[in-house]
Design a binder for this molecule. Sequence first.
Ligand SMILES: [Fe+2]
Ligand SMILES: [Fe+2]
Length: 213
Amino acid sequence: MPGDHTAQPTATDGAPPLQKPAFLTDIKTIRERARQHLDQGAVTGGYRADRVKVIELLNTALATEIVCTLRYRYHYYMASGIHAKSVAAEFLEHANEEQAHADLLAQRITQLGGKPNFDPEGLATRSHAEYVEGDSLVQMIEEDLVAERIAIDTYREIAQFVGQDDPTTRRVIEQILASEEEHAEDLSTMLEDLGKKGEPAASPLSDRTLGRH
Ligand SMILES: [Fe+2]
Ligand SMILES: [Fe+2]
């Protein structure tokens, strides 16, 4: 019927529509929605994720990054021994990168209208990774590798959880995840190198850390 705009192309029509894709909300609705709830800033009516849950997950990630920053910094100051210089430099670099991750997470939490939790009270409990000092250079690296592997698994899960519902959060998490994978790789290489240089590699943690049982 001429002038009949009610018939919308559907996925079952066969060939995909050439013009306006069916999944796009019409611009009039988007414009109207954008004027509502201006106080919510970047969170629009089209935001599909569970915002409260996403903020909660981001805050656990933030706690993890703060704990990792502190642990790496401690390791930087405590690294000693013949091979300590290059290892300490790596600890410091990682510490600074964990701090940058914390900043990215805090920024995303505020964009979503949440409050980044920097409260030292309960920090270790909120964090996925642990703060372990380690008694030797090798133990320090092992503990850092354990923490990175915990972060890798939890960030992968968070990215899967938000999926398509919050692409920005997913991208932030995936960006950090890629960096944690680099850290884990660095640490693994450092352990190997230290083993070759004869640094005492045997520790009660070795088997657990490297997934050998
Ligand atoms: Fe990190
Ligand atoms: Fe890391």
